[in-house]
Write a protein that binds this ligand. Structure first.
Ligand code: AMP
Length: 391
């Protein structure tokens, strides 16, 4: 067991093969973290309520309990040398409580900032980085006042708990505002929220930054296509000007330094028609838009995450080939499986989820290519993703 600092409970030495990494959350991100950890020789434990969850299938042990079960987090900590997590809505107090038992190299500030959209936007702006204009709003009076500044169109988002577009509403006119009032009158209440100006972006992008608490490296900026608020496709690298690529890299390094980042942080971006780079939100973990790195980079976002929390050195990842990554949601499982035999170029990933549901992320496919536009067209021409075609 690596020695822990008496003061902070954090690890003082590097993790070594044979040590145990405990992951809170057992979905596909935990699974891919675990696969990276295992080939480096680490043992892996996972906390998740679903027996034989995607991560447990490739881990050494599972603590089967809810994510916020403090006793279970303690058990995971007792059996692990370091703790990490695959999603941001982890009980930060519970992680702090067990930091004498296992190290938590990512710390909990990163969690507390990214769990709350107001803290997150403030942190981003405090580090010299632009976001959409925003205001915290807790009731209709504050919303009216904020709209006077921000104007329509605007986006109202709950401060916490939102993902993939859940908990957010676009306000284009007073009529939309009335709908929110009616919803609130019907008993929905007014959750603590944030009002953001609507960004008229040319496209959405993201960049991953990874750290070990001292050194930070970035992956290339990629372009993301969403359908129904869920990531559909990632094109790596994004075709952007040198200016945009540099801005994205520099802001990623600034934010990583601000967090003294250990592990992987994903930064979702809007790129405007006049080449401004605006941060939408942060995810303190590997990200769906970084799955292409598994095949396309000299080491991937999960390797970098594990190396970072293990205190290992990081080198600048190299993009070995352009790539296109497409998600396989529940409704795409059958059509894509039917075509596996015809597509030797498909790198097929399946997350081992027992239950197939519409819109549930079940796997993804990555294609390495020297012509991303052609590959996008070929993927779309299979018809597997026709349900997502824009009307
Ligand atoms: P989020 O949950 O914040 O990632 O938002 C989900 C999606 O909603 C984003 O990927 C964008 O497509 C869209 N969106 C969110 N915020 C804004 C905004 N301020 N302006 C325009 N589109 C937005």
């Amino acid at each position: 067991m690596p020695s822990l600092s008496e003061e902070t409970g954090d690890r003082k030495t590097m993790l070594m093969p044979g040590d145990t990494i405990g992951i809170v959350g057992g979905g596909q991100l935990g699974r891919m973290m675990a696969l990276s950890a295992r080939y480096m020789g680490f043992k892996v434990g996972v906390l998740d309520p679903t027996p034989n969850c995607p991560t447990a299938q490739v881990a050494d042990f599972q603590v089967t309990a809810e994510y916020d079960d403090v006793t279970a987090i303690r058990e995971l900590a007792v059996r692990s040398d370091v703790l990490t997590y695959e999603f941001e809505n982890v009980n930060a107090d519970a992680i702090d409580e067990v930091r004498g038992l296992a190290a938590a190299p990512q710390g909990t500030d990163l969690l507390r900032v990214t769990q709350d959209r107001v803290n997150e936007k403030q942190f981003i702006n405090d580090h010299g980085t632009p976001t959409a204009p925003w205001k915290a709003v807790n009731n209709f009076e504050e919303l009216d006042a904020a709209l006077d500044d921000i104007h329509y169109p605007a986006v109202l988002k709950t401060r916490s708990g939102g993902y993939d577009g859940h908990g957010q509403t676009v306000l284009r006119s007073d009529a939309d505002l009335e709908k929110i009032r009616a919803r609130s009158d019907r008993g929905g209440g007014f959750p603590p929220s944030i009002l953001e100006g609507f960004v008229d972006f040319a496209f959405e992008a993201s960049i991953l930054v990874c750290g070990n608490g001292k050194d930070y490296v970035t992956f290339p900026i990629v372009r993301n296509e969403h359908r129904n608020n869920i990531l559909h496709m990632t094109i790596a690298p994004a075709e952007v000007s040198e200016h945009v690529a540099r801005e994205a890299h520099e802001l990623a390094i600034r934010l990583a330094k601000g967090f003294e980042l250990a592990g992987t942080l994903a930064i979702e971006l809007f790129i405007t028609p006049d080449d401004r780079v605006i941060v939408n939100e942060l995810a303190p973990r590997p990200h769906n838009s970084g799955h292409y790195t598994i095949e396309a980079c000299s080491f991937d976002q999960f390797d970098a995450h594990i190396r970072g929390i293990a205190g290992w050195p990081l080198s600048q990842p190299k993009l070995l080939s352009p790539a296109v990554m497409v998600n396989v949601l529940g409704q795409h499982v059958e059509p894509t499986r039917a075509l596996i035999g015809e597509h030797p170029e498909w790198n097929v990933h399946d997350y081992g989820k027992a239950e197939v549901r519409h819109d549930r992320k079940m796997g993804h496919i990555t294609v390495l290519t020297d012509d991303t536009a052609r590959t996008v067209a070929e993927l779309e021409a299979t018809g597997c993703w026709d349900d997502l075609k824009e009307a």
